[in-house]
Design a binder for this molecule. Structure first.
Ligand code: AMP
Length: 396
């Protein structure tokens, strides 16, 4: 079975064609700058050179058409015809309270995804456009929606209700949803396998540390708590997002700087986090380099980021009777040796210890804790596309 995985952003479309027999990626790439000047589609079939097609991409449908033509291309294609593709799996950011699992897309599902636009105005519209473009070009091929929020739907009310008047939950569905669910779920499954535990029996703290970052407490294989909330702004300090702060700061800064709600939202989402603190970059490689050269604010940004990771690990340990593993994933978690080392070194009072030699690697599945660590620490590269393909294959 061959599954096409589609992940649409407002001006981009990421894709992978995966053969589920051996989980091999047959082709992958990215269409960028959809609807604006400078459109291009990157395409790479397994074992072949990357191809870049530069042309104006009027909309997502135009981008998808180029992707599908490339996939069937006589010279660099990955399939002879589109008939070889059995199903399409779509990443959908917000499933709200309607979806605790992936679902086959039908009219009712589309209506529910549309209903969630109100609480995910930035994220769901491009996902809907991507689904509709596929439907138009690929006809009635089975399609599955895999939601970023679904894994977190098992979080109990004591962790999803905010201490606001309860009517805001009832009227507007203001509650914790959590994001990066596909990633947390994928590494939970892999961690259970690596630790030799039944999925229903495994307690983990999963740390997805990238440009956007979140940590989840997983109890009995199910999500019990997570740091992102009503939107992906809550929790850890991120590349450009604030994470937690006193909510009273929002009206205070809006008054002082005379900002509209949209401008304030932009500050909190795009100008804050480690970029805002350091004034250097949102990219952790740049920050590490600047800190090494003595830039104090870059060092402060890294210190703040790592300290929050530690604080949430500490907090989540209190939400489980024991922990089978602490897992690092995503760009920073998979690759930053120094971040992992400093986070775990700060947990020494809990008996959690890193093995510096084992930690001296990037982007591979590995146990990086010392043999006498009270809790194993693992690195597991995330693979959201494979997880979406697996969910799609399961349903069709
Ligand atoms: P993601 O959002 O998961 O793609 O992660 C992106 C982040 O990972 C960026 O901030 C990168 O700087 C960071 N990253 C990637 N490679 C490294 C590395 N070798 N060391 C530190 N950070 C890295």
């Amino acid at each position: 079975m061959k599954i096409l995985v589609i992940n649409c952003g407002s001006s981009s479309l990421k894709y992978q064609l995966i053969d589920m027999e051996d989980k091999k990626v047959l082709a992958k790439g990215l269409a960028e700058r959809i609807g604006i000047e400078g459109g291009r589609v990157k395409y790479e079939a397994a074992g072949k050179d990357e191809i870049v097609i530069e042309e104006m991409l009027a909309d997502h449908k135009a981008a998808l058409k180029i992707v599908l033509d490339s996939l069937q291309h006589a010279e660099y294609g990955a399939v002879k015809s589109l008939d070889e593709i059995d199903a399409v799996g779509h990443r959908v950011v917000h499933g709200g309270e309607a979806f605790a699992e992936s679902v086959i897309i039908d009219d009712e599902v589309m209506k529910a995804i549309n209903d969630n636009v109100e609480i995910a105005p930035l994220h769901n519209p491009p996902n809907i456009i991507g689904i509709e473009a596929c439907k138009e070009i690929m006809g009635d091929i089975p399609m599955v929606a895999v939601f970023d929020t679904a894994f977190h739907q098992t979080i109990p009310a004591l962790n999803y209700i905010y201490a606001l008047p309860y009517e805001y939950y009832e009227k507007y569905k203001v509650r914790r949803y959590g994001f990066h669910g596909t990633s947390h779920q994928y590494i939970t499954g892999r961690a259970a396998e690596m630790l030799g535990k039944d999925l229903d029996d495994v307690n983990l703290i999963t740390c997805h540390l990238g440009n956007g970052s979140s940590i989840s407490a997983v109890v009995g294989g199910k999500c019990y708590d997570t740091t992102m909330g009503f939107t992906p702004l809550e929790g850890l300090a991120m590349g450009t997002r604030t994470g937690d702060m006193d909510p009273a700061i929002v009206p205070f800064i809006m008054d002082k700087e005379n900002l509209s709600t949209e401008e304030m939202s932009n500050v909190m989402n795009k100008k804050s986090g480690v970029l805002g603190i350091s004034g250097v970059s949102s990219d952790f490689r740049d920050l590490e380099e600047a800190a090494e050269k003595g830039n104090e604010r870059a060092q402060l940004a890294l210190d703040i980021f790592e300290n929050r990771v530690r604080k949430f690990i500490g907090a989540y340990l209190t939400e489980m009777d024991h922990c089978d593993g602490i897992i690092f994933t995503a760009g920073v978690g998979e690759n930053s040796i120094s971040t992992r080392e400093r986070v775990i070194d700060g947990l020494a009072s809990l008996g959690i210890k890193i093995d510096r030699d084992k930690n001296d690697m990037r982007g591979k599945e590995a146990v990086i804790s010392a043999d006498d660590s009270s809790i194993p620490v693992l690195v597991i590269p995330t693979n959201e596309e494979l997880k979406i393909a697996m969910e799609t294959a399961k349903l069709v």
